[in-house]
Write a protein that binds this ligand. Structure first.
Ligand code: SF4
Ligand code: SF4
Length: 165
């Protein structure tokens, strides 16, 4: 009886293999596919290159509290804080990130920095083509991470100052 059961189980397994063999191939045609991702398909939860977010007024959400850097197990976040002034306001709080670097030579995309951030300033985007033969290009600066000001939003004091300079 056990021999018959085993043969039946093998036949059942092989029938599934045979059936799937004639199904259309389902693979991602990256990098030769269509669209901006060139065939790659990413889930919403995918942890790609980070983004530094702005609030509804266009100000930077990062308040330079250093919690993300403290939470990072790879020690790959480097921040220098600056003070907002009445003339030049970058974030809505007392301080802003004057320098914000992430070293992607070290980042393991664990997401701890995102979890630690009290203002939702840092999030994971979907950028994934980060490989480089030059390690120095793997250090992304604030300018590489900051989302652009949405059209119609007021500019931060710093951007106003730059525009007037
Ligand atoms: S994802 Fe992880 S390793 Fe990368 S910067 Fe954030 S905390 Fe550090
Ligand atoms: S990204 Fe968030 S956690 Fe990191 S320094 Fe800015 S406000 Fe603090």
């Amino acid at each position: 009886m056990s021999i018959i059961r085993n043969v039946a189980a093998i036949a059942k397994g092989m029938s599934i293999t045979l059936r799937e063999g004639f199904e259309p191939t389902q693979v991602e045609n990256y990098p030769d596919g269509k669209g901006p991702l060139r065939g790659a398909q990413l889930q919403e939860r995918f942890r790609g290159k980070h983004q530094l977010q702005r609030d509804e007024n266009g100000l930077e959400k990062c308040v330079a509290c250093f919690l993300c850097a403290a939470a990072c197990p790879s020690n790959c976040i480097y921040i220098e804080a600056g003070d907002n002034t009445e003339e030049t306001r970058i974030s809505s709080a007392e301080r802003y990130a004057k320098v914000y670097n992430i070293d992607y030579n070290r980042c393991i995309f664990c997401g701890y920095c995102v979890e630690a951030c009290p203002t939702d300033a840092i999030t994971h985007g979907h950028g994934f083509e980060l490989a480089s033969l030059n390690a120095t290009t793997m250090v992304m600066r604030k300018e590489d991470l900051l989302v652009p000001v949405a059209t119609g939003l007021p500019r931060s004091g710093n951007e106003e100052a730059e525009a007037l300079a």
